[in-house]
Design a protein around this ligand. Structure first.
Ligand code: ARG
Ligand code: ZN
Length: 862
C-alpha cells in the first residue's frame, strides 16, 4: 500500500521564522559530481514566532559538512528529507557543503546534465536538490555565486545578475556572479557548458543599455534571430503598455534540449526548452514561430510579474502565472492578428482548461490544497487565471486597469505577494468593487449561462441565468459576476446600434433594450469576454446570420463553430433524421461558402472560420460520449464539405499557392489555407488528396507547408505516405526538434493502424524516455488523438498506462502529466469508461509511485 504524501493547505500558511539576507554559493562543477558550499547569513524574522531551530529543505543532496558561525552547530537532525539545525542566538552564519550527481538526475529538477552541459531548474522545489535551504518563495535573499570547473568542458559559466570577477587556475577557470535583486530560491539558475551566443542590445526608456544574449549549441546560432527579435519587441512592448523597464545590464537566455516545461524566468538568466528558442523557415512552422515569440515574451514579462513581485506561497501561483499569461497574450495580440490570437487562446482554454474544470482534477485558480505543487502548473492556474484578470480589465476599461497594475507594481515591488494583494490593487487603482468578483479565485468549475431573448412591446428582453457546477470538494456555489459583451442585430439591415457590457451577478436577471420593432439577433460573449459556456436555443438561421454578418470576429467564428458543433452533437447522439441532417449540412455549407467569398476577410481569419471544431471539444459537449461515433460523424461532415465546396476550395488553394514565403500575415494566412484545403480533400477524395499533399510536400520551401502536407499524408494509406515519411526522417534526422515532429505526426495520425505505429516508434533508435520533448512528441500526440487513444479495444488506454508506469521513476513530473487523459473516464460511454478506470487502478496499485503520479491518480479515481 503506497503511503499518501501529506496534504499542504493554503490556510496553514505561516511566515518563516528566519530571514536570509545574503546567500553565497560556491560550485565546484562536474558532470558526474558537483560540490556546493552554501553560506547563509540568517537572522530572526521579527514578524514570525521565534523557534530554536531553522528548517532547511532538502531533497537528496549528500550532506558533506555543516558549520555554524565557523564551528560546530548547537545541534542538527534530519527530519525526513529536511535538515533541522539548532540556532541559539538571533543571527548566524551557516555553512553547508553538499554533493550531487548531475548526470544521474533524470528528473530534470535541480542541477542536471543535458547534452554535456550543466543547467538548473528550480521552480518550484528544485533548489533543495542542490543544497539545504529554506526553499519557499517568501524567503528572499541576495545571491553571490562562484562557479568553477574545467575550462574545456565548460568554457561558458553563467548565473543570475552580473558577472563581477573571473579567473583561471590551470585547466580550470571560474566566474563570480552577483545578483543585486533579492530573490527566492526558485529563481536561482546557473548554466555551464560549451555555448555560443547571438549578441545584441536594447536601450530602455530611461537610457539603460542592456546586453542581450541568446546562448545555444554551436551550429544553432542561425536559428536564434527570431528569438532575439522577439525579446527586443517584448522589452519595448512592456515599457509602452505596462510602463515596465528592465532592471539589470544583462539579459541571458539559454536553450537546453532536456527540459520539463516551456521555459523558466530565472532572474537575468532564462532557461528555455530549445523548442521555444530555435526557429527558421526550413525547420519551424508558423505555429512554432508564434510559440517562440509568446514564450520569450512570457518569460520576459515575468521579470516584473513574478520576479520583482513574487508569490508568498505556491497557492498564489496564479498571481504570477495568470497575470503573465494575460500579458503574453496581449503582447502577441499586438504583434499579429488580434482576433486570431484571441480565437487561438480560447481554443486552448476550451481544449485544456474546460476539461480540467469539469473533471476530477478541478481546482480553483487559487487552489486550497496540494500534495505535489508541480501538479498545479495547470491550464486552470495559467489560462483561466489569465481570463479572470482579463475580465477585470474588461470591466475596468484599459485605462483604469493600467492604473490598477501601476499601483500593484508600485505597492508590492520587492515583496512576496498574494492574489488578494493583486485584487486589492486593481480595486484601489482602477476604482472597481471586486468584493463578489473574488469568488472567481475560490470557486472551481466553468459557469454555465443560459440565455433567452424575447420581444415584448417594442423591447428586446434578455434573460440570463447562471449555474456554477459542483466540483470535487465544492458544492452549492454562489453566483459570480459574469461580464458579457453583447450586440443586438437588426435582421433587415444586419447592423446593431453599439456593443454593450452586461454583468450578470445574480443567479438570474433580465435586461431590457427598447427600440426594437421586431426580435433582434443576439450576439453574446463577444471577444469571449467571460470564460463560461453559453447555452441557448438559437435558431439555426440566426447562427447562419451571425456567421455571415457579425462584426466581432470572435463572435462570428463562434457562430460558425456553434453551427457545426450543434449538428455534430445531434448527429452523434443519433437525433437527426435524414431530412434534418440534410438541412443542417446545407446551412453549414452555405455559411462556409459565404466565408470563402467574403473579400473583407484576411486569410488568417478565413482559415479560422473554415476550421472544424475538434473532436475533443465535441466530446466535451456530450454526456457518456462515444468517440467512435463522433469520429465518424465528423469525418462524414468533413467529406461533405470537401465535396460540396470542391471548386471554391480548389480556387483558394491556387490563389494561396501563388503567395511566396515570408513571415507576413498574408503569407501565413495563405499557408494556413493550403493545408486546410488538403484536410477537406483528404476526407472527400483521399487519393486525390494524397497526390496534392505529396506535391505540396515536394515543392515546399518551408516547414509549415511541408509539415501540413505530411500531416495529411499520415492519415492516408498510400505510397505517398510511406515515401514522404521516410524522406522527412532522412532530411531532418540530425535536428531533434524536427524529429520530434516526425514522431508526433505519426502519433496524431488518423491512420487505422496508429496504435501499431506508436508501438513500433517506441522501439525506434531515436526514441528515449530520457528526453521530455521526445516522450511528449510520441505519447502526448497519441493521448490527444481521440482516434488512437480511445480505440474501442482499450489498447490506447493500456499504452498510456504502461508509459506512465515506465516513466514515473525516470521523470515523475512528465509522467504525471499523462494521468489527466485517463481521468476523463466519467465522461465516456460505459465500456470505455470501465477500461479507463481499470488502467488508473492498475497504476494506483504499483508498489512505488512518485508523489506527482500518486496524487493525480488518486484524485482521478475520485
Ligand atoms: N514559471 C515557468 C513558466 O511558466 C514554469 C515553471 C514550471 N516548473 C515546474 N516545476 N512545473 O514560465
Ligand atoms: Zn510563467
Amino acid at each position: 500500500e503506497p503511503k499518501a504524501p501529506p496534504e499542504i493547505r493554503r490556510e496553514d500558511y505561516t511566515p518563516f521564522a528566519w530571514l536570509v539576507p545574503a546567500t553565497r554559493l560556491d560550485f565546484e562543477l562536474g558532470i558526474d559530481k558537483t560540490r556546493i558550499t552554501a553560506t547563509l547569513e540568517v537572522e530572526r524574522n521579527p514578524a514570525a514566532d521565534p523557534t530554536p531551530t531553522i528548517r532547511l529543505n532538502g531533497d537528496g543532496p549528500k550532506l558533506v559538512s555543516l558549520k555554524c558561525d565557523g564551528g560546530d552547530c548547537a545541534g542538527h537532525t534530519m527530519d525526513g528529507d529536511d535538515l533541522v539545525v539548532t540556532l541559539e542566538g538571533d543571527s548566524h552564519t551557516i555553512e553547508i557543503v553538499t554533493e550531487i550527481e548531475p548526470s544521474a538526475n533524470s528528473q530534470l529538477m535541480g542541477l542536471y546534465a543535458s547534452n554535456g552541459m550543466l543547467c538548473t531548474q528550480c521552480e518550484s522545489e528544485g533548489f533543495r536538490r542542490i543544497t539545504f535551504f529554506p526553499d519557499r518563495p517568501d524567503v528572499l535573499s541576495t545571491y553571490t555565486v562562484k562557479m568553477s570547473g574545467p575550462k574545456a568542458l565548460f568554457p561558458i559559466l553563467l548565473c543570475n545578475g552580473n558577472k563581477v570577477d573571473e579567473g583561471s587556475d590551470g585547466d580550470d577557470h571560474w566566474a563570480e556572479w552577483h545578483d543585486p535583486w533579492p530573490k527566492p530560491s526558485y529563481l536561482f539558475a546557473l548554466v555551464a557548458g560549451d555555448l555560443v551566443a547571438r549578441n545584441d542590445s536594447f536601450t530602455t526608456m530611461n537610457g539603460r543599455e542592456v546586453e542581450l544574449n541568446v546562448w545555444v549549441r554551436d551550429g544553432d546560432l542561425e536559428r536564434t534571430e527570431h528569438a532575439m527579435e522577439s525579446l527586443k519587441r517584448s522589452m519595448k512592448w512592456d515599457e509602452e503598455v505596462f510602463g515596465r523597464e528592465y532592471d539589470l545590464d544583462l539579459y541571458n537566455i539559454v536553450a537546453v534540449s532536456d527540459f520539463n516545461m516551456g521555459a523558466m524566468e530565472n532572474k537575468g538568466l532564462n532557461v528555455f526548452n530549445t523548442k521555444y528558442v530555435l526557429a527558421d523557415p526550413e525547420t519551424a512552422t508558423d505555429g512554432d514561430f508564434d510559440g517562440v515569440e509568446g514564450v520569450i515574451g512570457h518569460e520576459y514579462f515575468h521579470n516584473w510579474s513574478g520576479n520583482r513581485i513574487t508569490c508568498r506561497d505556491w497557492f498564489q501561483l496564479s498571481l504570477k502565472e495568470g497575470f503573465t499569461v494575460l500579458r503574453d497574450q496581449l503582447f502577441s495580440q499586438d504583434m499579429g492578428s488580434e482576433p486570431v490570437k484571441r480565437i487561438e487562446d480560447v481554443r486552448v482554454l476550451r481544449g485544456a482548461q474546460f476539461p480540467e474544470d469539469s473533471g476530477p482534477l478541478a481546482h480553483p485558480i487559487r487552489p486550497d490544497s496540494y500534495r505535489e505543487i508541480s501538479n498545479f502548473y495547470t491550464a486552470t492556474v495559467y489560462n483561466k487565471g489569465a481570463e479572470v484578470i482579463r475580465m477585470m480589465r474588461t470591466m475596468a476599461g484599459e485605462g483604469a486597469f493600467r492604473k490598477g497594475t501601476d499601483l500593484y507594481f508600485d505597492r508590492h515591488d520587492g515583496e512576496a505577494a498574494t492574489c488578494e494583494d493583486f485584487i486589492k490593487s486593481i480595486e484601489d487603482g482602477a476604482g472597481l468593487d471586486l468584493t463578489q468578483f473574488r469568488l472567481w479565485y475560490s470557486q472551481a468549475g466553468t459557469p454555465r449561462v443560459s440565455v433567452e431573448l424575447a420581444h415584448e412591446g417594442g423591447e428586446a428582453v434578455l434573460t440570463l441565468s447562471q449555474v456554477v457546477p459542483d466540483t470535487p470538494g465544492q458544492t452549492g456555489k454562489k453566483p459570480m459576476p459574469i461580464p458579457l459583451k453583447i450586440a443586438l442585430f437588426d435582421r433587415e439591415s444586419a447592423e446593431h446600434s453599439g456593443e454593450q457590457l452586461v454583468v450578470l451577478d445574480t443567479e438570474s436577471d433580465t435586461f431590457r433594450f427598447p427600440g426594437f420593432a421586431q426580435l433582434p439577433v443576439l450576439s453574446i460573449n463577444r471577444t469571449f469576454s467571460a470564460p463560461v459556456t453559453i447555452s441557448r436555443n438559437i435558431e439555426r438561421s440566426d447562427l447562419v446570420f451571425l456567421a455571415r454578418h457579425d462584426d466581432d470576429p470572435f463572435a462570428r467564428y463562434e457562430a460558425m463553430q456553434d453551427l457545426m458543433v450543434g449538428h455534430l452533437v445531434a448527429a452523434s447522439k443519433g437525433e437527426l433524421g435524414d431530412e434534418e441532417r440534410a438541412a443542417g449540412t446545407t446551412d453549414i455549407v452555405t455559411a462556409l461558402r459565404s466565408v470563402i467569398a467574403d473579400e473583407a476577410l484576411d486569410d488568417l481569419m478565413r482559415g479560422e472560420l473554415l476550421s472544424m471544431p475538434s473532436q475533443t471539444y465535441i466530446m466535451e459537449q456530450i454526456e457518456a460520449a462515444d468517440p467512435g461515433r463522433i469520429f465518424e460523424e465528423r469525418e462524414s461532415l468533413k467529406a461533405t464539405i470537401g465535396t460540396e465546396l470542391k471548386d471554391e476550395l480548389h480556387r483558394l488553394y491556387e490563389r494561396a499557392e501563388a503567395v511566396p514565403y515570408s513571415q507576413s500575415a498574408e503569407a501565413k494566412g495563405a499557408r494556413k489555407l493550403k493545408t486546410l484545403v488538403l484536410v477537406y480533400a483528404a476526407a472527400s477524395d483521399p487519393q486525390k488528396a494524397a497526390e496534392l499533399a505529396a506535391h505540396q510536400y515536394d515543392r515546399a520551401d518551408n516547414m509549415t507547408d511541408r509539415q501540413g502536407a505530411l500531416m495529411v499524408l499520415t492519415g492516408i494509406d498510400s505510397a505517398e505516405r510511406t515515401g514522404r515519411l521516410l524522406d522527412f526522417y532522412n532530411r531532418y534526422r540530425d535536428n531533434a526538434l524536427v524529429v520530434d515532429k516526425w514522431f508526433s505526426l505519426q502519433a496524431m495520425s488518423l491512420h487505422p493502424n496508429v496504435i501499431e505505429h506508436v508501438k513500433a516508434l517506441a522501439q525506434h533508435e531515436d526514441f528515449t524516455m530520457k528526453n521530455p520533448n521526445r516522450v511528449r512528441s510520441l505519447y502526448m500526440g497519441f493521448a490527444v488523438n481521440p482516434h488512437g487513444f480511445h480505440a474501442a479495444s482499450g489498447e490506447g488506454y493500456r499504452l498510456i498506462a504502461d508509459l506512465i508506469l515506465e516513466l514515473d521513476p525516470i521523470n515523475a513530473q512528465t509522467a504525471a502529466r499523462f494521468v489527466p487523459s485517463l481521468g476523463r473516464w466519467r465522461k465516456m460511454e460505459p465500456v470505455r469508461s470501465a477500461m479507463m478506470r481499470e488502467q488508473l487502478e492498475r497504476i494506483a496499485a504499483a508498489p512505488k509511485l512518485s508523489r506527482d503520479t500518486f496524487e493525480q491518480v488518486t484524485r482521478s479515481l475520485g
